[in-house]
Design a protein around this ligand. Structure first.
Ligand code: SAM
Length: 218
């Protein structure tokens, strides 16, 4: 076992399972994806720290526990079609790709979208599709999705994303009226025109910037 595999195993035990994430699919995915391969050159030694880390362009790769918690909140069973907003480094997309059949992921900053593409290609993730654009508008040509996860905090749940959910599907998104703090919310589409919303945990994410998010200058 390499040093990174050992660190990864320890991360799953101490940072994730011990905090209550119990889905075997999610824990196995977290055990498998090499987080060090999604960090900027020379930063690999920090890969298994219990924190978010900078990835350039003022953005971050999320804390491993939060990636696992959000993936578990989608309640995937394997084989689904999932949309992620906020590709960043591509790490969370890789975790989702270990569980779902196809992952569609949108990043608004071109430099990050192309970095994520090369990180994912280098590891052979052919079931992850990266697009540069405003993720608050979703990916209409590929909708509906079994699950949608948003890795940036918006002021309200984007209606367009809700409309791209399958019935029974979940949308997990940080929502808050302030830049500094959000509540992680899960929206379930229970019928064509009926959505149920649950508050999960308090979180801190970078802003979701876009037509159905915050304005650019935020
Ligand atoms: N999931 C990423 C990972 O594993 O590295 C971390 C995501 S980072 C916390 C949030 C990302 O959301 C940033 O890269 C940011 O540029 C992106 N973002 C913000 N608003 C967006 C939008 N409207 N559409 C797409 N991406 C957006």
């Amino acid at each position: 076992m390499s040093d990174y595999s050992k660190l990864r195993e320890r991360m799953v035990k101490r940072q994730i399972a011990s905090r209550g994430v119990g889905s075997k699919l999610v824990l196995d995915a977290m055990r498998k994806v090499p987080r060090e391969r999604f960090l900027p050159q020379g930063q690999g030694i920090f890969a298994y720290d219990d924190s978010p880390l900078p990835i350039g362009e003022g953005q971050t790769i999320s804390q491993p526990y939060i990636v696992a918690y959000m993936a578990e909140s989608l309640a995937l069973e394997g084989g689904e079609k999932v949309l992620e907003i906020g590709t960043g480094s591509g790490y969370a997309a890789a975790v989702l790709a270990e569980i779902a059949a196809e992952v569609y992921t949108i990043e608004r900053i071109e430099g990050l979208a192309s970095m994520a593409r090369s990180n994912l290609d280098a590891l052979g993730y052919e079931n992850v599709h990266v697009r540069c654009g405003d993720g608050t508008l979703g990916w209409p040509e590929e909708a509906p999705f079994d699950g949608i996860v948003v890795a940036a905090g918006g002021p309200d749940v984007p209606d367009t994303l809700q409309q791209q959910l399958k019935i029974g599907g979940h949308l997990v998104i940080p929502i808050g009226r302030s830049k500094a703090y959000q509540e992680l919310v899960r929206v379930t589409r229970v019928a064509e025109d009926e959505f149920r919303t649950e508050d999960l945990v308090p979180v801190r994410f970078v802003p979701l910037v876009g037509e159905e998010g915050w304005a650019q200058e935020f």
